[in-house]
Design a protein around this ligand. Sequence first.
Ligand code: PMP
Length: 409
Amino acid sequence: MADRAEGLEIVLDDGRRLIDAVSSWWCVAHGHRHPAIVEAMRRQAEKLPHVMFGGFTHEPAVELARRLAEIAPPGLDRVFFADSGSISVEVAAKMAVQYQNALGRPERNRLLALKGGYHGDTSLCMALSDPDGMHVLFKGLMTRHFFAEKPSIPTNGAWDQSGADSLRRVMAEHGNEIAAIVCEPIFQAANAMNFYHPEYLREMRRLCDEYGALLIFDEIAAGLYRTGPRWAHERSGIMPDIMTVGKALTGGHVTLAATLASARVADTISAGRPSAFMHGPTYMANPIACAAACASLDLFAASDYSAKVAEIEKAFREGLAGVERLENVADVRILGAAAVVELKGMPPREAIDDVIDAHGVWLRPFANFAYSMPPLVSDASAVRRICGALADLASREPAPEKDDGGFHE
Ligand code: PMP
């Protein structure tokens, strides 16, 4: 039972304190309960907690849109606010389809996504996530989209053109049906924990331009410095047409996400019929959430988060050195403030709980992945403790294989 939280720690109702090694599913960038964000939310709650965003706008939304456009890749200056990461991906996909429709190409109503990807838990997002991943139970609810093989060349590996063969093949076969390609740039997080090569993104951009498809980058997990640069795709030097941002946007204080688009996408939609973009959730651009996000972006602007992440990466590399030699370890990979210890078999629930208690470190492994994506303000001693917990977990006996029908927590 979580009672409160501060900084790097979650405090349980019995007084125990756990370092949050997963920054509460990767959103608590500046630490829990940051005073500047809490204060911004409190002030906004006293003034205007909510107002509908159809017909009205308000200062925190105007300010946040302006700030997002400033820090986004150049040209992505049209902003749509959504209530969660999943919704922002749905919005991105709908924008792509409405854009193609406005150009007189209604047959382009499918997307191309990557195996190993994850884009959220609503039905369209599930349909864009790894088709053999955690959502298999719900296949019947999903529209069929196109998939390329999981990118297999690592971020710092040697690029080989054949690494994008499958992408080229699907585009050659179905390019005229595809409204957009969508991917998590560089870091496929919740399904595959896979770091891949920036050249893959450059190839995507080329193919999108060749076939008239839009390019959507889902930066919800990897964006806002998680892998080092502000946006993970910066390593590739190319730009998407649409980009989603969430999770760390409010520093993990309240739900909010945004879909950013280029003027070309927005203006094409506005010139079509209907001219309004067809999405309007009740809590769109909630003022408290926008105020929290503005305060969070202030914090990102006030110090060098790439440098903080470089320190975390260094501490992970030192703290996990040698772990790859443990018998139950299949692979160790680290990029920025994300460290993945891929196991051959996951230890049982009781062993995971025991590691959490013994080290005072909150871990939430899934499938065969023991991993950490800590708050970006974590110091070296916190990262050392996290590495100790990961190494301990990797040393435990794996649970006997169970057939979970493809599901994993
Ligand atoms: N896209 C990516 C890349 C994500 O990692 C997630 C959440 N793990 C989502 C979308 C969905 O975001 P939310 O959980 O806020 O709906």
